[in-house]
Design a protein around this ligand. Structure first.
Ligand code: DNO
Ligand code: MN
Length: 359
């Protein structure tokens, strides 16, 4: 297991790399060129510069999150071939600079969705919250306004204002699309890029839908056991794999996370470990990584990973905002302290599994 920490870039993240290096067992930075919009080429020069900046500070750059997929690819429009060509070129450029795994998603229009980015918890901290009643009461445009207000001017990947300005057109374009149609377009994309991945040895790791149920009636592909099976079956190459996000998948408590790790482990290239507390009515909040704080069996997940011999990359996913962190000084979900505490908890779980040695 290779521990990592997501970082948004020198102009974009208040956390210095020097601090990340101080977190025990953490050698890898999960990075991206965050100024790139979906469909734009990542040039070798730009990649080289960012990789050198991180490596010069003593950290590794094996994982990129995310190279976003252009909407025309998801929609299966005739223009998709051009965007797929650019995507392959970006993969080649990343592989030539040592990148091993690319995390991405295939969710229509929206990336992750929450209704409250700084929701108070009982312990005096705040965390990201998803409230069903609230989402059911707003229009897509109202949701965008709400997310933009909550983030207080911090950029949020997946929520680019330029793209979302065309929200009505986007919704219109998806009329008549169901899960099968989206899966067909996914297959076209993955079949087209896998030969490049195999040739250059760079693995694709698709992130689950977050939340793992439909929003505004849009289709969904990566949300539960059976659908993940279907998704993996579209192309049998190991280079077509998963980012197994316990917070996304665990927001649907019917997902048997431990069994799913045993079932899919040879296709899991990247782990996001996060705990959530799911209420009876389906609302969920992102609590600390400590198992008892939430509904996700974090200890069970780490034990299962040890048992299957997981040797991919892992990062703590979102954390709470703690020790004075708030909407003015951290990016929602991506503060320093709770993610660092989370890493130490995950390190502890892993070490104990190793000591007990049931493989
Ligand atoms: C949330 C993340 C996701 C993830 C993308 C991958 O913090 O786990 O936004 O980066 O869905 O493309
Ligand atoms: Mn995740």
């Amino acid at each position: 297991m290779k521990m990592s920490f997501r970082w948004y870039g020198r102009d974009n993240d208040p956390i210095p790399l020097e601090y990340i290096k101080q977190i025990p067992n953490t050698r890898e930075v999960v990075w991206a060129l965050h100024n790139k919009v979906a469909g734009e080429l990542w040039t070798e020069e730009e990649i080289k510069e960012e990789v050198a900046y991180i490596k010069d500070r003593g950290l590794e750059t094996s994982v990129v999150e995310s190279v976003n997929v252009h909407e025309d690819i998801k929609l299966g429009l005739p223009t998709r071939d051009r965007y797929i060509g650019i995507y392959k070129e970006t993969l080649k450029n990343l592989a030539n600079n040592g990148v091993k795994v690319v995390c991405y998603n295939f969710m229509p229009i929206f990336d992750w969705t929450r209704t409250d980015l700084f929701h108070p918890l009982e312990d005096g901290t705040t965390a990201m919250f998803f409230e069903n009643n609230k989402i059911n009461a707003v229009s897509p445009q109202e949701l965008i306004d709400l997310m933009q207000k909550e983030s207080q001017g911090m950029t949020m990947p997946g929520w680019e204002p330029e793209r979302l300005a065309k929200i009505q057109e986007l919704f219109h374009a998806y009329e008549g699309y169901d899960d099968d149609k989206l899966r067909e377009n996914f297959k076209y994309f993955i079949d087209a890029i896998i030969p490049t991945c195999e040739e250059y040895n760079i693995k694709m790791a698709i992130h689950p839908d977050d939340p793992p149920f439909p929003i505004f009636g849009l289709p969904r592909l990566v949300n539960k056991d059976t659908n993940i099976e279907k998704l993996l079956a579209v192309n049998s190459s190991k280079y077509h794999g998963l980012t197994f996000c316990t917070g996304s998948l665990g927001s649907d408590p019917s997902n048997p996370l431990v069994d799913m790790i045993h079932k899919f482990h040879d296709r899991i290239h990247f782990m996001h470990v996060r705990n959530v507390r799911v209420s009876e009515n389906g609302d969920f909040i992102e609590v600390s990584h400590f198992t008892e704080d939430g509904t996700v069996d974090v200890v069970g997940v780490m034990k299962a990973l040890y048992e299957v011999g997981f040797d991919g990359y892992l990062r703590p996913d979102h954390g709470r905002h703690i020790f004075g962190e708030n909407s003015t000084n951290v990016r929602a979900g991506y503060g320093l302290y709770d993610r660092a505490l989370g890493i130490m908890y995950l390190n502890g779980c892993w070490d104990m599994a190793k000591r007990l040695g049931n493989r």
